[in-house]
Ligand binder design. Sequence first.
Ligand code: ZN
Length: 237
Amino acid sequence: MKKLVALFLVAGSLLSGCGATTSTTQSTSSAQASSSSTAISESTADSSKEQEQIEKKKEEEKQKAEKAALEKKVTEAESALSQAEANPTKENYATASAAIQALPENKQELTNRLAAIDSTIKAKEAEEERKKQEEIARQQAEQAQQEAIAQQQAEQARQEAIAQQQAEQARQQAAAEQASQQAQAAAPEQNNEQTVYVTPTGSKYHTHKCGNGTYTPATLSEAQARGLTPCSKCYGN
Ligand SMILES: [Zn+2]
């Protein structure tokens, strides 16, 4: 269609150019010539115009693809952010952060959300650290308590050993005293079995043959049974 128009223009300019005179004609002719040259160039420009349209279309497609890629990146960043918000771990934070950094612009809102996640993670870490310290303190207190109990038990055992030792000492002392008392109780009897010397008519008993007379040995108990008393010379009073 455009080609046909161009042909008419070329034909028209040729026809009008035939009856041309003087200066007006010249100017007209030159104008027509220029018109014809435009037409010719238009004719040859057809392909370049098509080329231009192809370029434009390509450019549009390129922009469309870029827009789609950007939208995809935004979607990915939002998805990563949502995941990090739902599960605020360092790994999820790093993924979301990288996705947001990949965006060219208009990411303030996403950046704000990322900062909130960072705060959450730090608060969580601080809480975990606090719990850890609390647990350490608890274990130390428990250990100290157990040590105190062990010390107390050792002290108790020591005191029990002392008490036992004292009881044993008391028992041995009591046994010794009892033995001594028994010995003392037995002593007079033993003393009664002591041999003394007596005469048939004397009222005294002696430790040995004391002066003239017939001394015969007897036990102390026998002498005492006969009503004899100790000799003052032999017994010192
Ligand atoms: Zn005597």
